[in-house]
Design a binder for this molecule. Structure first.
Ligand SMILES: NC(=O)c1ccc[n+]([C@@H]2O[C@H](COP(=O)([O-])OP(=O)(O)OC[C@H]3O[C@@H](n4cnc5c(N)ncnc54)[C@H](OP(=O)(O)O)[C@@H]3O)[C@@H](O)[C@H]2O)c1
Length: 227
């Protein structure tokens, strides 16, 4: 869901590499962004918060990867999450993306920089009506409350560039392993796809960081680990 965005396109690449059969949903005006993979992916054009679109797209899917974005002020993220929760097959793995600003249990510890960004960007975006961070918060509240086999992957600041490997994760922002706050976008996508087959991540909200960053090397070891 959200296949034509930057994260979505990386996820398609990782899925195809692993031999998964892929159905991608993206807004009708964005279908052209998937031209290069159109012969290998089934594309369902439509808004990801449209329950009919989602219901059609998830038929027969063992897993659903969903990009949650706060764009617009009409509850797009919440509608997207709800449609996936309602229509995915019982027992399917549901993996959602968001940022560190989402907290599951209120035990994350945020830097003043992140708190200031969320406050200022959140307010400006809402006033200008181009995004509403509260929409992503509500979407995740519903996911956390659901009894589906969900994972909410919380991305750090992102950068482009070649992948360096599976990010390291921790349960709480503020844990030393996450201090570098930097992940390659393709590795974020790699983690989303990895989560489909890692049962240790069911009903977890891992906050991730690049495995080659100083904080990961100093505190994380390799692969993933929970703090
Ligand atoms: N950017 C960061 O630094 C950062 C940091 C941490 C976490 N994250 C998380 O990473 C995920 C992907 O973020 P990204 O920044 O890399 O973006 P992205 O992958 O490019 O995804 C943006 C998505 O939003 C859709 N979109 C754009 N405008 C929209 C609108 N007005 N209404 C509805 N959908 C719209 C795009 O669809 P079209 O292709 O149709 O335009 C695309 O699917 C998100 O879950 C985000 O919370 C991002």
């Amino acid at each position: 869901m959200g296949a034509s965005g930057k994260l979505g396109r990386y996820m398609i690449g990782h899925c195809l590499e692993r031999g998964h059969e892929v159905v991608g949903v993206c807004r009708a005006q964005s279908v052209g962004k998937l031209d290069d993979v159109a012969d290998r992916v089934t594309i369902v054009p439509g808004d990801t918060d449209d329950p009919d679109v989602i219901a059609r797209a998830v038929v027969g899917c063992d897993g659903v990867l969903t990009v949650l974005v706060p764009w617009g002020v009409k509850g797009y993220a919440t509608g997207t999450a709800q449609a996936v929760l309602d229509h995915a097959a019982p027992g399917a793995r549901l993996v959602f993306s968001c940022g560190w600003h989402i907290t599951r249990d209120g035990r994350d510890v945020y830097s003043w920089k992140l708190r200031a960004f969320v406050a200022v960007f959140g307010w400006l975006a809402r006033v200008a009506r181009f995004a509403d961070l509260r929409d992503q918060v509500e979407a995740c509240r519903r996911i956390f409350a659901s009894d589906t086999r969900w994972t909410v992957v919380r991305g750090s600041d992102l950068e482009e560039g070649p992948g360096v490997g599976l990010p390291v994760w921790s349960r709480h922002v503020g844990d030393p392993v996450l201090a570098s706050n930097r992940t390659r976008r393709t590795d974020f996508a790699r983690f989303m796809v990895h989560a489909l087959e890692d049962d240790a991540l069911v009903r977890e909200a891992p906050a991730i960081v690049g495995c080659d960053t100083p904080s990961a090397l100093a505190h994380g070891g390799s692969g993933s680990g929970a703090g």
